[in-house]
Every structure is written in C-alpha cells, then in structure tokens.
Design a protein around this ligand. Structure first.
Ligand SMILES: NC(=O)c1ccc[n+]([C@@H]2O[C@H](COP(=O)([O-])OP(=O)(O)OC[C@H]3O[C@@H](n4cnc5c(N)ncnc54)[C@H](O)[C@@H]3O)[C@@H](O)[C@H]2O)c1
Length: 249
C-alpha cells in the first residue's frame, strides 16, 4: 500500500465500528496518524491501539459542545451515524432530531472546525459517508434520508469554498454494507414491512441492487483511501456511489 498520507493527521468519526473502523485502518495503512472519534470509549481505545492512533471519546449528538472546536486535522471522515425506522406520522421527534444532530449538524461543526487548519496548509480532504439514501428515498426512513440529503448539500458547498485552498469535499454513497448498523436494523425492518427477519436482506435490502450482495466495509474504505490521495485532487463536490447499481435505475 502507498504511504501517501505520511505526516498527515486524520479524524474518523464513528471510527470504532463498521465502515469507520475500516476507514481508520485504511488511512493508518497509508501513513496517517488517525484519531478515532466515537461514543463507545472502549471500542475507540481498542481501534486506536490496533492502528497506532489515538481515541477521542465524544458524543457527537451533543452538538453545542462542538461550536467552539478547533481541529488540526488534514483529513476528516464524517462517518458516525445511526438508523431509526418508522413511518413519518409515528416518527419520534427526539429520534428525528438525534439523527440530524449526529449526521448533519455535527459534520458541519467538524468541517467548520477543520477548515482553518486545512486552508492554512493549502491541503485538505473531507469525505462524508453519505448513503444511497443521500440520493434516493426509502419509506420509513424520513430522518435518515433527510439528514443524508442535507449532508450532500453541505459537502458540495464545502467543495466550492475549499477548492481555491486545496481542500476537496466528497460524499460516498453505499448501498447496504455488512456492519452492526445493518444487523441491528433487520428486526425493525421485519416489523414495519410485515415480513420474517430472515427475508429482510433479500426482500428489502437487495431488491434495488443489480449485484445481489451486501457491500463490504473495506470496499468503502478503499474509496476513502483514493479520495484522500493526491491523485484525487480534481475529484471534489461529487457523490461516489458504491451501490451495486441501485441508482442506475
Ligand atoms: N451499514 C450500511 O448499510 C450503510 C450504508 C450506507 C451508509 N452508511 C453510513 O455509514 C456510516 C457508518 O455506519 P456503519 O454501518 O459502519 O455503522 P456502525 O453502527 O457499525 O458504526 C457507527 C459508529 O458510530 C458511532 N456513533 C454512534 N453514535 C455516535 C455519537 N453520538 N457520537 C459518536 N459516535 C457515535 C458508534 O458507536 C459506532 O462505532 C453511517 O453514517 C451510516 O449512515 C451505512
């Protein structure tokens, strides 16, 4: 693997599990010093120890705590997220706010906190882990779909402002990835769709994709690796699907 991130510092939110952990490993493998930010302190410490990075125990839903933050990172991966599945007319208002705080407001505040350092160095890479649901809607996911659509807009505006300063900003849009987030969703999806749990992957998660399997976290991380490389300096303001053909429809 190339070590093109030697001397760079990276921050991965939700880096203790799933896609974030795969990204932390990828960036550390490319030579970056990686900060693993996560609400799960024990898992963040374990991930940081594994990759020779550092852990930042933080609850990213406490967005006011991030208002005055200053970060000295060269690479920012906004990845922390969670899912709630419920019809709009029954959606718990606090759950809606929670998803927006973690998946839209906190990425804004972390980008805001990182840009002065990136602008100062004339180089920066922001990767926002969006979703196929940043580009398409699915029933019962009003909070998630609206937060991810908002993240798409935030990423594009960041790309326009960051371009003259050597800072790129992009989204990655995976279909269902094999992570704990998806495993936790299976029971909820079975309930709202009225089908048995063992049919959820085939009948709900893989219906729209041409390639009939889940995405692997390492496949998303390899795209993050490329987007943070010098070779990707002209790749900005874009949304990179890795969705088995879902959005080709
Ligand atoms: N798994 C999928 O199918 C899939 C598909 C498309 C996009 N995504 C996106 O990828 C990202 C990562 O998802 P994943 O599947 O790896 O999930 P995951 O549940 O495996 O990991 C999420 C991580 O975020 C952390 N986290 C949750 N709330 C937090 C908070 N308040 N503060 C700090 N950390 C917090 C968790 O502790 C966990 O370590 C999310 O933004 C998700 O929307 C996932």
């Amino acid at each position: 693997m190339t070590t093109d991130l030697e001397g760079r510092k990276a921050l991965v939110t939700g880096g203790a599990s799933g896609i974030g952990l795969a990204c932390a490993r990828e960036l550390a493998g490319r030579g970056a010093r990686v900060v693993v930010a996560d609400i799960n302190a024990e898992a963040a410490e374990a991930a940081a120890a594994e990759i020779g990075g550092e852990a930042w125990h933080v609850d990213l839903s406490r967005t006011r705590d991030l208002d005055a933050l200053e970060l000295d990172v060269d690479v920012l991966v906004n990845n922390a997220g969670l899912q709630r599945v419920s019809p709009v007319d029954e959606f718990d208002p606090d759950a809606f706010r929670l998803l927006h705080d973690i998946m839209l407001i906190s990425p804004f505040l972390l980008i805001r906190a990182s840009l002065p350092h990136m602008y100062g160095r004339g180089w920066g890479r922001i990767v926002n882990i969006s979703s196929v649901h940043g580009l398409r809607a699915s029933a019962y996911k009003s909070a998630y779909v609206s937060a991810k659509h908002g993240l798409e807009g935030l990423s594009k505006v960041t790309a326009l402002e960051g371009g003259p300063h050597g800072v790129t900003s992009n989204c990655i849009n995976p279909a269902y990835v094999r992570t704990p987030l998806v495993e936790k969703q299976i029971a909820d999806q079975a309930r709202v769709h009225g089908i048995p749990e063992d049919e959820v992957v085939e009948k709900v998660m893989l219906t729209e994709t041409a390639v009939k399997r889940l995405v692997e976290p390492e496949e998303v991380a390899s795209l993050v690796g490329w987007l943070t490389s010098d070779a990707a300096g002209m790749a900005t303001g874009a949304s990179y699907t890795i969705d088995g053909g879902w959005t080709a429809r």
